[in-house]
Design a protein around this ligand. Structure first.
Ligand code: NAI
Ligand code: A1CAB
Length: 268
């Protein structure tokens, strides 16, 4: 089994480590996670994962190196660790807005580089992960795809769509959760206790998603099955649309997307 280094054990880096352990994708002792305040990695250490703050130690002999730091921290990090990374290791960056060409340059040009955009559901093996690679062999592409397949669903996409994938999949978790919270608030106003309202709203969203994923249908086809003519669903749906429901979601997505685009332009 190959050693995996996760540099930057914050929200996403830790979620990936938890996912690798949770899904039994690899032996916890083969995962080495670092962050500056290593004591905050104690929960991962409790699962048997190796933790610390020594990046050079973590990448030594690792064949898969996750770069899970903030975008502005990437340049200094790669300057520090690149000389210690084996030539046949694959680098997987999770940073928003740093393209593969830049990653390849910053890392010295010898490694296969990947941009991966998972989301925090990676911690329970339910991520939607988009991938784009540079300087990778077909075997390396397959290896990284197979790794993420153990953590959810994977799709290679053209690199220019990575910003869009960030918004739809990574930010999307927050957008979907805000819907669930709002539905819960409505349920409480109607009379449910908060825990029960949350349980009903969460399972309802899970069921809706599974209708699409397992049935391969379009949302409107499923909506048609719920909207009884002159019924109550269509009244609620139409009122939501009068209040700008779909429009506000699309505008929110575009505001997030625009922020990535503006940030990328500033970096150039
Ligand atoms: N949170 C999310 O849902 C997603 C985040 N991302 C991307 O993943 C990256 C990480 O995001 P988060 O986990 O949310 O940030 P975070 O701030 O929670 O984690 C970053 C971690 O890196 C550590 N770090 C910084 N410099 C370091 C260094 N030189 N050596 C070792 N560790 C170092 C920090 O101590 C921190 O623990 C970002 O680039 C973000 O754009 C991508 C998809 C989803
Ligand atoms: O909000 C952010 O900037 C990061 C990138 C995608 C999800 N979280």
């Amino acid at each position: 089994m190959e050693k995996i280094a996760i540099i930057g054990g914050g929200n996403l880096g830790s979620a990936i480590a938890r996912g690798l352990v949770h899904t039994k994708a690899c032996d916890p002792q083969m995962i080495h996670v670092t962050r500056r305040r290593a004591q905050l990695l104690a929960p991962l250490a409790g699962f048997g994962v190796i933790t610390g703050s020594n990046n050079l130690e973590a990448v030594k002999s690792a064949k898969i190196v996750f770069l899970a730091v903030k975008p502005y921290q990437m340049k200094d990090l790669l300057a520090e660790i690149s000389p210690a990374i084996a030539g046949d290791a694959v680098l997987i960056s999770l940073a928003t807005g740093i393209d593969n060409k830049t990653l390849l340059e910053l890392s010295g040009g010898k490694n296969a580089v990947f941009r991966a955009m998972p989301n925090t559901a990676v911690a329970i093996g339910q991520s939607m992960t988009c991938l784009a690679s540079l300087n990778a062999t077909p075997d390396q592409d397959e290896k990284v795809k197979a790794l993420f397949e153990q953590l959810g669903t994977v799709q290679f996409i053209p690199e220019e769509l990575m910003a869009g994938a960030t918004v739809l999949a990574a930010c999307g978790i927050a957008f979907a959760l805000r819907f669930i919270r709002a539905a819960t608030q409505g349920g409480i106003e109607i009379g449910f206790g908060s825990e029960l309202a949350l349980k009903i709203a969460s399972q309802t969203v899970k069921g809706a998603a599974h209708l699409l994923i397992e049935g391969g249908t379009h949302p409107e086809a499923e909506i048609d099955k719920v909207t009884t003519p002159r019924g109550i669903t269509i009244s609620g749906l139409n009122e939501m649309e009068h209040q700008g429901f779909s429009s506000s979601l699309i505008k929110g997505l575009m505001a997030s997307y625009q922020k990535i685009e503006n940030g990328s332009k500033q970096q150039k």
